[in-house]
Write a protein that binds this ligand. Sequence first.
Ligand SMILES: C[S@@+](CC[C@H](N)C(=O)[O-])C[C@H]1O[C@@H](n2cnc3c(N)ncnc32)[C@H](O)[C@@H]1O
Length: 281
Amino acid sequence: MKKRKTQLIKPRIREILSKTLPPRLVDFLPKHWVQLGDVLILPLREELLPYKHEIAKVYAEVLGVKTVLRKGRIGGEFRETNYEIIYGNNPITIHKENGILYKFDASKVMFSPANVKERVRMASIAKPDELVVDMFAGIGHLSLPIAKHCGAKVIAIEKSPYTFRFLVENIELNKVQDRMTAYNIDNREFKGENIADRILMGYVVKTHEFIPKALEIAKDEAIIHYHNTVPERLMPEEPFKTFQETAREYNYEAELLESRIIKRYAPGVWHVVLDVRVFKK
Ligand SMILES: C[S@@+](CC[C@H](N)C(=O)[O-])C[C@H]1O[C@@H](n2cnc3c(N)ncnc32)[C@H](O)[C@@H]1O
């Protein structure tokens, strides 16, 4: 049903815009987009930029969204998006997924559709008596499903003050204040030691630098969901090899339970997640 609707939408957009765009540009119109709540994220080629506002207006009207952002790069310590607003003026939206309400600023805060399987997987991963620490909480992408659907206690740590505001709002929106607590600090400053049954390390590029801190937070035995980006030529040994070596330096043994590919991060580089059981030697 949804697919049929999309198939009708594309010719409609094309039909409207072919009246105003130079004919050679009509084929460059985006055939894929991401809708998060009432915000649309549109990838636009350079050639279309002189017409970005009129293109965005047509997509907004046909798809019924209030704001359109031009997709750009994600980067920096806070993994910010900095997407340009090309239609409307309110990039703050509430996106519903798997029974969770995620409120955030889609022009600044990352919310990857490709990570949906992992967010859904988290909804049944923990037991109610566990204490889970999310070291890179964002707006609660991975830890809200745990608090809401598993009923576990969650400590969510987020360094960016801007993202943190939404994390706090999302805890209230999803009514999990009784079991989820948020800290606006660098996770390396978190004081809890030997407390977590489960740790989420949903970060990329530099996640290995945070393994010692994760082990400090972990109980003598714990599960760590360790994300990182890995060049294909180093797989499948990496990233577990680095994790295990670091764990051993800190007196922990590590057992690989499962390894999954989340998505392609860059040409020849994959974002993967490992489920690792760690235990004191
Ligand atoms: C890539 S986002 C991922 C969010 C979520 N974990 C997921 O996997 O979908 C990573 C988040 O970690 C935060 N972050 C980065 N370094 C941090 C640190 N040292 N301590 C706490 N949060 C940090 C960023 O601001 C960002 O919101």
